[in-house]
Write a new protein. Structure first.
Ligand SMILES: [Zn+2]
Length: 309
């Protein structure tokens, strides 16, 4: 159940969407309403509101979703749908939150697989044998920031609260990838490396990939200093950096991780028409979503999910 305050937040989004309210099928086959909050992202108007992405909604062999702050049981700074086990919240509450979100998306919380997410460029291939790892089973792989699989029934999870989640679907081979790309992962081109790993493991061709750059901090909200800017100047071509890094003077820069990752995907051969950004900023939408920057670190954690069915 949503609290009264949460219900108000949701109804504000509903009002803002105006006539952009669509009907979608829930995992149980019921009709639900969703508000198109951007051209690319839909907010399901239920007791467990989740975001879905237009580019993935019509792919029949996957389930996907992205959590919001709303509809969970956590209190205080984690209010209420906190999906982070490592931020001081009660484990039992986080587990209940996962149950709710997974039910809303139509996946099994007992089968989730997550990576340790250490801002690396390591990619982990996972299979049915890995289901539950990072949740009720201890993970036996560490230092990974992207997961890939071509098996059905293996729900992948990525944790974020400003960092960029990237959803990848190989339409030809029916394989998926889920990437955690903060600024460090973006400098390391982890999205491109994930596609290369999918190529090696599944025979994926870049031209068959559908990519969605999910909710994360936007280029107007993300200010960085000289050291971060320098890392991008080293790792990218000058003409590319000028697209996503703008100087504000005084050694401050605005960094657009959406554009940077779009360039990475494009340079890796994914057709531009198959790359979309949700255009939902965690900081601009900090009543709906958790933002590390906007909350000055006092926050819960969001998660993105994708699974082959
Ligand atoms: Zn923003």
């Amino acid at each position: 159940m949503l609290s009264q305050a949460e219900r108000m937040i949701l109804s504000l989004y509903e009002q803002k969407a105006g006539d952009q309210i669509i009907e979608i099928d829930s995992p149980e086959g019921k009709t639900e309403q969703a508000a198109c909050i951007t051209k690319e992202a839909r907010l399901r108007l239920t007791d467990t509101p989740v975001l879905t992405f237009q580019a993935l909604d019509d792919i029949p062999y996957i389930k996907h979703g992205f959590s919001t702050r709303l509809g969970g049981v956590s209190d205080d700074i984690w209010q209420s749908m906190n999906l982070g086990f490592t931020r001081g919240d009660d484990e039992s509450k986080v587990k209940e939150n996962f149950k709710r979100v997974c039910k809303a998306i139509g996946i099994k919380d007992t089968r989730l697989v997550s990576a340790s997410q250490e801002h690396s460029d390591k990619i982990q291939l996972v299979t049915k044998e890995d289901c539950g790892k990072g949740f009720h089973i201890k993970r036996d792989f560490e230092n990974a920031d992207a997961l890939i699989t071509n098996q059905k029934g293996v729900p992948l999870v990525v944790y974020v609260a400003d960092c960029v989640p990237i959803f990848l679907v190989d339409r030809r081979n029916k394989a998926i990838g889920l990437v955690h790309s903060g600024w460090r992962g973006t400098v390391l081109h982890i999205a491109a490396k994930t596609i290369l790993k999918m190529k090696e493991q599944f025979g994926t061709e870049s031209e068959d990939i559908i990519a969605v750059i999910g909710p994360s901090i936007c280029g107007m909200c993300y200010e960085v200093g000289e050291e971060v800017a320098e890392e991008f100047n080293i790792a990218f071509k000058k003409s590319d950096v000028s697209v996503f890094l703008k100087s504000k003077g005084d050694g401050k820069y605005l960094l657009d991780l959406w554009k940077a990752n779009m360039i990475i995907l494009k340079n890796q051969g994914v057709p531009l028409s198959q790359i979309s950004t949700s255009n939902v900023c965690t900081s601009c939408h900090n009543k709906l979503l958790f933002s590390h920057r906007a909350s000055k670190g006092k926050r819960g954690t969001l998660a993105g999910f994708i699974q082959l069915v």
